[in-house]
Design a protein around this ligand. Structure first.
Ligand code: GLN
Length: 284
């Protein structure tokens, strides 16, 4: 890309075209975000500058970022952060980019939460669920992940958002240093069927960690494991909330029903797909 002695308007048009030719969905929106990010201007200032020359320093940064985006590296990884629940989260290639769908899980959890409740987040990844619940629900959050690289991201996100979350590395409950009971367990585990991963968008398939996506052949392995051991970690009437794939509501509800759970609810996301299952634990 040749950005020298060009106006913002010309560069914007050219980046949009380049991204669109590379098959990037929402090319003009991505071009605008990269231009804002690399020039340090917000949208209204950018609009006022459209006929000005783009400084060489900005052009230099844009060249690198546009090349990355053409390789379908997720925009959030390129700029290094994303917004979730109105909070800022650092992201890199070791975690799934926080998705808007997951805000439905946090909102449902916040409806049930009272300050001081003990919450356990399994498969925390970027920490977006754990940090949002600690920050917006004033809860005492413990979070685990099997990936040390993911935990490094999650720790940074807790620190940058000014909350204390107890992080432990390990496989689901095995990560916990002691057997405590929680008021609530939340999880957005890997839930994509292995055979489907190859069909996902290149941003996800080639640049997000498969360990965070792959839910084995039927996509349900983590739900089975989390549910079957949950009786040792939830208080009587404690809440369990999962993010699920759009077609997993019935299967996950069935697993819960067979494991002493009541009040099972399937909740839809903003695209009206099933996205969250919530239930309460009874020891009877
Ligand atoms: N919702 C994510 C996706 O569509 C998958 C998240 C997960 O497996 N937990 O890629």
């Amino acid at each position: 890309m040749n950005c020298s002695s060009n106006t913002y308007r010309e560069v914007f048009a050219r980046i949009t075209e380049e991204l669109s030719k590379a098959g990037v969905p929402d090319a003009s929106s991505d071009a605008r975000i990269l231009l804002e990010e690399d020039s340090g201007l917000d949208y209204s200032h950018l609009l006022m500058q459209m006929n000005e020359q783009l400084p060489e320093e900005t052009a230099e940064k844009l060249r690198v970022h546009v090349t990355q985006r053409k390789k379908r590296i997720p925009l959030q990884q390129i700029i290094g952060y994303t917004e979730f629940m109105g909070l800022k989260f650092y992201v890199n290639e070791h975690v799934l980019c926080p998705r808007q769908d997951t805000e439905v899980l946090v909102e449902e959890a916040l409806k049930k939460i009272k300050p001081g409740m003990k919450v356990l987040d399994l498969c925390t990844g970027s920490g977006c669920i754990a940090v949002s619940l600690a920050k917006l629900g004033s809860t005492d959050v413990t979070a685990t992940d099997i990936s040390e690289d993911a935990l490094a991201v999650a720790r940074r996100n807790a620190q940058e958002n000014g909350v204390d979350v107890h992080f432990f590395k390990g496989d689901l409950y095995d990560a916990l240093p002691e057997q405590t009971r929680y008021d609530m367990i939340v999880s957005n585990p890997p839930y994509i069927c292995t055979s489907v991963i190859d069909t996902l968008e290149p941003e996800v398939r080639d640049h997000e960690p498969h360990i965070a996506l792959d839910g084995t052949a039927d996509g349900l392995a983590f739900y089975r494991r989390i549910i079957s051991d949950s009786g040792n970690y939830l208080k009587e009437c404690g809440h369990l909330l999962f993010e699920i794939g759009y077609d997993q509501g019935t299967a996950v509800s069935e697993l819960l029903r067979n494991n002493a759970y009541e009040d099972i609810q399937v909740i839809k996301d903003y695209s009206r797909n099933d996205r969250v299952v919530a239930a309460r634990f009874t020891s009877q």
